[in-house]
Design a protein around this ligand. Structure first.
Ligand code: PDD
Length: 282
């Protein structure tokens, strides 16, 4: 159903292979980005390409394209599938040094593009009714050498948080930093609404494209919004909570650690922002 591009060729997804010695696999030495192909158009493609290019530069990856060339390749990948609704992934791994060498400068970096059927964070029913969440006991530790704004595959804290959420009967887990500030979760940014103001963690998080879209919508619609530092207690006292991700847009959270948020239903600000967000996809 989907398609992959690697080593200069398009292949069916099932035939896309990389070496088990690739440092992307053995060292998490890789970066990626994911955009939403919505009704065959890629939403905010330029922003995803710009973020990917920044991640590549930060980790000293080299690919044989500039932004325009990459855009052309991504659009061609979409064209090669019949998928209306898809994830388009761009991945770059270090590759592997010649056998016997540890010299990473000798690696040929691997650019991989995949178009796969869209993977939603939540079902339509869940997006309507809202999800449940828990504040994780795990501390969000972004890899020390890697800026959290660089998209990376260091997901072990997130992976543990997913198990923890499941064990507590919650859909999602929110991770806090060592200082107790709320950060983000496994593939999404966090927002809260308090007294009519929209707040999202200022730093220590990936600068989500959906997060930026929400801040843009707030600015355009005159909804007060700012990036801020807040802890789990503030989140528990929020009027509304929602999460944002390319994998589903704005998703309401209606219970946190077994207590309802607001009246336990998606709130008016969340619903308004969500409606405008999807209108902007047209
Ligand atoms: N993840 N925070 C983290 C750690 C993420 O991995 C993601 C996205 C986000 C939301 O960013 P955006 O709005 O740009 O999608 C926040 C992608 C979708 C994933 O790997 O599943």
């Amino acid at each position: 159903q989907g398609v992959a591009w690697l080593d200069g060729h398009f292949v069916p997804l099932s035939e896309a292979r990389i070496s088990v010695f690739d440092h992307g696999f053995t060292r998490s030495d890789a970066t990626y980005d994911v955009a939403h192909v919505y009704r065959r158009r890629v939403f905010r493609l330029d922003r995803h390409i710009a973020r990917f290019m920044r991640s590549l530069k930060s980790l000293r990856f080299e690919i044989p394209f500039d932004s325009d060339g990459l855009r052309a390749l991504l659009l061609e990948a979409v064209r090669q599938t019949a998928l209306d609704d898809a994830w388009i992934m761009m991945i770059c791994t270090r590759g592997r040094p010649p056998f016997g060498s540890r010299d990473i400068r000798l690696c040929r970096n691997n650019l991989i593009v995949c178009v796969v059927p869209f993977i939603w964070l939540a079902t339509p029913a869940q997006r309507e009714a809202g999800l449940t969440a828990t504040v994780s006991t795990l501390v969000r530790i972004p890899p020390h050498s890697v800026d959290p704004r660089v998209k990376n595959f260091h997901w072990l804290d997130f992976v543990r948080s997913i198990f923890e959420a499941q064990e507590r009967g919650s859909d999602l887990a929110f991770l806090c930093g060592e200082d107790g500030r709320v950060t983000e979760g496994a593939g999404f940014n966090v927002f809260m609404v308090k007294g009519g103001e929209v707040l999202t963690p200022a730093d220590g998080v990936l600068e989500g494209i959906t997060r930026a879209s929400v801040l843009d919508i707030c600015a355009d619609e005159g909804v007060p919004a700012r990036v801020a530092v807040f802890d789990a207690a503030a989140l528990r006292a929020a009027d509304e909570i929602f999460v944002t991700t390319t994998s589903g847009g704005i998703v309401p959270v209606v219970r946190l650690d077994d207590r309802p948020i607001g009246d336990g239903r998606p709130g008016p600000v969340t619903r308004k922002l969500n409606e405008i967000y999807w209108r902007r996809h047209e």
